[in-house]
Design a protein around this ligand. Structure first.
Ligand SMILES: [Zn+2]
Length: 502
């Protein structure tokens, strides 16, 4: 596929001259809806492709977009009767699918914008085919644990986001037993709550136990919104100074064994059962974030689902791409919690994702200022934990998934449909009539190197564990609310993403 905006002529030749006329003479071309929001001068147009991923099948045809919504969908054979004198952007053989919805990102805004921030983070998202992300309540400052602190987030996002952004609130000991604080936070638009069962690393975001979680679930039940849980429980682990080198990844791995996840999940499930039909928190939902242990923890989750708990689980691209055996001494770009485990564990994660036992994938994009990664010392025990990945999650999931038989449908299920459901975004996550025109266009066969020549929009590309990789699946274009916000390395000049409030 040729680069550039003007690929109007490829697959529907009888219309080519006419469309050419529309585009290049400027006749019948509506004025842009909001200046600068889109790289296209139209709000009513068609996107054509040989591979459009719809909920039931992959079609060759076109999607009609008007006013930010998908208003019709036609197969190629019906094209001539249907298409009216509107501009067509023909992406040829590139895949057109719903934009990714990342339910787990830390953009650190306001308060720690030297780590990331809304403008750079959402530009990276747009460049990666992500059209909506839900921002976590911590790593920004202050943490989002009340109506007032949510308002700070909303204010900070205003006019500074290139994709749509929603917000999780925080469940912490301070608000867990105070239903009115939680209700105010949820009334103000938090899409759900997030809590930690171990220290979060952020002082104003302390950890919760199952008693706090039980209270949180009873409030969430009334709102029918989810609780997202970081499920690791601290253990006393002794290191031997003479043997356990802090520069060695295996030392870090030793400090966070799979049993930490298993213990936390076991405790969590004692209250997650409240979400069953007829249970005291029916209507609430529990979502386990970034599962890394594919053995006993996963078995517990499968069993709870069978027993009727309203429960879902995500994993992240870094657990699907990397294994502990390959992490070099001192390379703290790979530090995250829970940690990246061994290769057989990774195989089982893929199996679970492909079988549907793991419901979805999220980035857990969690950058920091580069100095906090302590690259000079390479000390895994003291470096900031968090993988920086936002722009790369689509090609990473695809590249590493090919070996396990990943399909376009699977990709849409775990990156768009199920995340949309978790965040209660009924109008997102599918290419279907009436849905928001949030669309990713990409070339699944195109390979590229993530090297110094690759335009990376994250604030600190150097801390990303993916730099230096060769990936398959290049994002060509991203549409958000019908605006072409990214194409060929270029962003729309204005930041016109919307804040999503419940
Ligand atoms: Zn996180």
């Amino acid at each position: 596929m040729e680069a550039g905006l003007r690929r109007f002529l490829v697959s529907f030749m009888p219309l080519a001259l006419y469309l050419c006329y529309i585009v290049y003479t400027g006749k019948n071309v509506p004025k842009p809806r909001t200046s600068g929001c889109s790289l296209l001068p139209h709000s009513h147009y068609w996107i054509a492709s040989k591979r459009i991923v719809t909920p039931h099948e992959i079609i060759s045809g076109a999607v009609e977009i008007n006013g930010g919504r998908i208003i019709s969908l036609v197969k190629e054979k019906d094209w001539h009767e249907t298409v009216k004198n509107k501009p067509v952007i023909d992406y040829g053989n590139a895949v057109v699918m719903p934009g990714l919805i990342d339910v787990h990102a830390h953009l650190d805004d306001p308060g720690r914008t030297e780590w990331e921030g809304f403008p750079s983070g959402t530009k990276a998202a747009a460049a990666g085919g992500i059209t909506t992300l839900i921002d976590m309540p911590l790593n920004s400052h202050p943490s989002t644990v009340s109506k007032e602190t949510l308002q700070l987030k909303i204010n900070a996002a205003k006019g500074r986001i290139f994709v749509n952004v929603g917000f999780w609130g925080g469940l912490v000991p301070e608000n867990a037993f105070n239903a009115s604080i939680l209700e105010n936070l949820l009334d103000a638009g938090a899409l759900g709550l997030k809590s930690f069962m171990c220290p979060s690393g952020i002082n104003d975001f302390p950890m919760t136990d199952s008693s706090h979680i039980k209270e949180g679930l009873s409030v969430l039940a009334k709102y029918k919104r989810p609780l997202l849980v970081h499920a690791e429980k601290q253990q006393e682990i002794e290191l031997d100074d003479g043997v356990d080198d802090p520069r060695s990844y295996s030392t870090y791995l030793k400090t966070r064994p799979a049993s930490m996840e298993e213990t936390a999940i076991r405790e969590l499930l004692t209250v997650a059962k409240d979400t069953r039909i007829g249970g005291p928190a029916e209507g609430a939902h529990v979502h386990i974030v970034h599962l890394a242990d594919s053995r006993s923890s996963l078995e517990l989750i499968k069993e709870a689902k069978i027993n009727g708990d309203s429960l879902t689980v995500e994993t992240c691209p870094h657990y699907l791409a990397f294994s502990s055996e390959d992490i070099q001494d001192g390379d703290t770009r790979f530090k995250c919690a829970p940690p990246i485990r061994d290769a057989p564990n990774k195989e089982k994660l893929w199996e679970a994702l492909m079988d549907g036992d793991i419901d979805m994938v999220s980035s857990d994009h969690s950058p920091s200022a580069p100095e906090l990664k302590l690259f000079a010392e390479g000390d895994f025990l003291r470096a900031w934990g968090g993988i920086s990945s936002l722009q790369f999650v689509l090609p990473v999931t695809w590249s590493y998934g090919l070996k396990y038989g990943i399909t376009l449908e699977k990709l849409v299920s775990c990156w768009s449909e199920k995340p949309a459901k978790l965040a209660s975004q009924d109008l997102k996550g599918a290419i279907a009539i009436g849905k928001h025109a949030d669309i990713a266009v990409w070339e699944p066969e195109e390979e590229f190197d993530l090297d110094g020549n690759h335009p990376v929009h994250l604030k600190h590309p150097g801390i990303s564990a993916y730099m230096g990789s060769r990936l398959t699946g290049k994002v060509l274009a991203t549409f958000v609310n019908g605006n072409l916000v990214f194409e060929d390395g270029k962003h729309a000049p204005a930041a016109c993403g919307t804040t999503i409030l419940a």
